[in-house]
Design a protein around this ligand. Structure first.
Ligand code: RFL
Ligand code: PHB
Length: 384
């Protein structure tokens, strides 16, 4: 088999790249390890920046997103017995975020690819990359081989693309956190109209949502926490303890539909390219989810890569491809800093003494009382 761009991974990055390339008349084949059902059911991100929404809508995959997505004009920071609204509508007028599940974006993109006969293959095992430093790289997999001009590594943090690059060619930057997030999807009407980011002495909690009937919650738990330690009753009790901290707020409970534990990590690889291999999304960088940036960065990488590939296949122009990594890394590092900052602002760190806790409170007081500090949070949250 032969194609122009071999794409590894059918997450938001790989699928959107395939879709945008198709709109530019560039052929691709997407090779995904897991089944279609698996990728469409994988519950993950939920907050889309305006730029992400604009990209999806402009490329024709935003109809359901515009119908079902929930536009949010602010978030609440809850700590010390009070809630404080960060009002995007006032601080960064005209900019907002949209709450719409990542797996819904993935469903919409798969449907769009298949509707025009796009080649997206699921359950493809043993993917291996070859000839990355030549002009004709290839991908082999169980039962096949794909020759291409360019390979896009969109296979997430645990994929094969990044490890296929020879040792020493890439530099890694990373930070691990001593905690994880227990994520919960529940059949219950959200107890608030906006997201609540809560800092308590027992750890961080987040109240998010997916629809008027479905709520999404996260609890800070120790790193490596087994899911078995969190039966449903314990989840609800802990969410109530961490969220019912302001007068008049009661958390509605319901059936828990899904539960998982996610480690928290910051990671960047530089450059995001080796020869004819271009890394995009989580394959190149991950952030702790506190800033809601991961999927938005994946979309932004893919936007940059599409322009570069269009210039390459259209005019034989390599300048944009050569500038791909630097163009992405500027935004990536801004999101790295913001995500680390939100994480340190809101989580409890075992290493923190009373001094550290006081500093964190002072930091929160500053962000919730200074217009300048609140604007910094708001403009980063809605997307730079
Ligand atoms: P993905 O989604 O991980 O997709 C990679 C795909 O590659 C496949 N794959 C392979 N295919 C073939 N061969 C192999 N050897 C392969 N190895 C892997 C995988 O099966 C998968 O289908 O990466 P992509 O496309 O770069 O997308 C990135 C996003 O998924 C990620 O950044 C976000 O989910 C992060 N994130 C959030 N981002 C936001 O923008 N806003 C949020 O509110 C937000 N919340 C979150 C999050 C991530 C979370 N978790 C679970 C990590 C909340 C959580 C809890
Ligand atoms: C989510 O709804 O999944 C979500 C919301 C905000 C975050 C992270 C995840 O910061």
């Amino acid at each position: 088999m032969r194609t122009q761009v071999g794409i590894i991974g059918a997450g938001p990055a790989g699928l959107l790249l395939s879709h945008l390339l198709h709109l530019r008349g560039i052929e691709s084949v997407v090779l995904e390890l897991r089944s279609r059902e698996h990728v469409e059911r994988r519950v993950r991100a939920g907050v889309l920046e305006q730029g992400t929404v604009d990209t999806l809508v402009a490329s024709g995959v935003g109809d359901r997103l515009l119908r079902e997505g929930l536009v949010h004009q602010g978030i609440e920071l809850r700590y010390g017995g009070a809630g404080h609204r960060i009002a995007f509508d006032r601080l960064v007028p005209g900019r907002s975020v949209t709450v719409y599940g990542q797996q819904e974006v993935v469903k919409d993109l798969i449907a769009a690819r298949l509707a025009v006969g796009g080649d997206v293959r699921f359950e493809v095992r043993d993917v291996a990359l070859h000839g990355l430093d030549t002009a004709s790289p290839s991908i082999t997999f169980e039962g096949g081989r794909l020759d291409c001009d360019v390979i896009a590594g969109c296979d997430g943090f645990h994929g094969v693309s990044r490890p296929s690059v020879p040792a020493g060619a890439l530099t890694e930057f990373s930070r691990d956190y001593p905690f994880a997030w227990l994520g919960v999807l529940a059949q219950v009407k959200p107890s608030a109209s906006e997201l609540i980011y809560a800092r308590t002495e027992r750890g961080f909690a987040l109240h998010s949502m997916r629809s008027p009937e479905i709520s999404r919650f996260y609890l800070q738990v120790p790193a490596g926490e087994p899911l078995e330690s969190w039966p449903d009753e314990r989840v609800w009790a802990e969410l109530k303890t961490r969220l019912e901290t302001v007068p008049g707020f009661t958390l509605a409970t319901g059936e828990i539909l899904e539960k998982s534990v996610t480690p928290m990590r910051s990671f960047v690889v530089e450059p995001m390219r080796y020869g004819r291999l271009f890394l995009a999304g989580d394959a190149a960088h991950i952030v702790p989810p506190t800033g809601a940036k991961g999927m938005n960065l994946a979309v932004s990488d893919v936007r940059v890569l599409t322009e570069a590939l269009a210039a390459f296949f259209g005019e034989g122009e390599t300048g944009l491809l050569d500038g791909y990594s630097d163009a992405c890394l500027r935004r990536v590092w801004r999101a790295q800093h913001f995500s680390w900052w939100m994480t340190t602002l809101l989580h409890t760190f075992e290493s923190d003494d009373a001094y550290g806790t006081r500093l964190q409170t002072s930091h929160l007081d500053y962000v919730t009382s200074s217009e300048a500090a609140a604007t910094t949070l708001a403009e980063n949250y809605v997307g730079m």
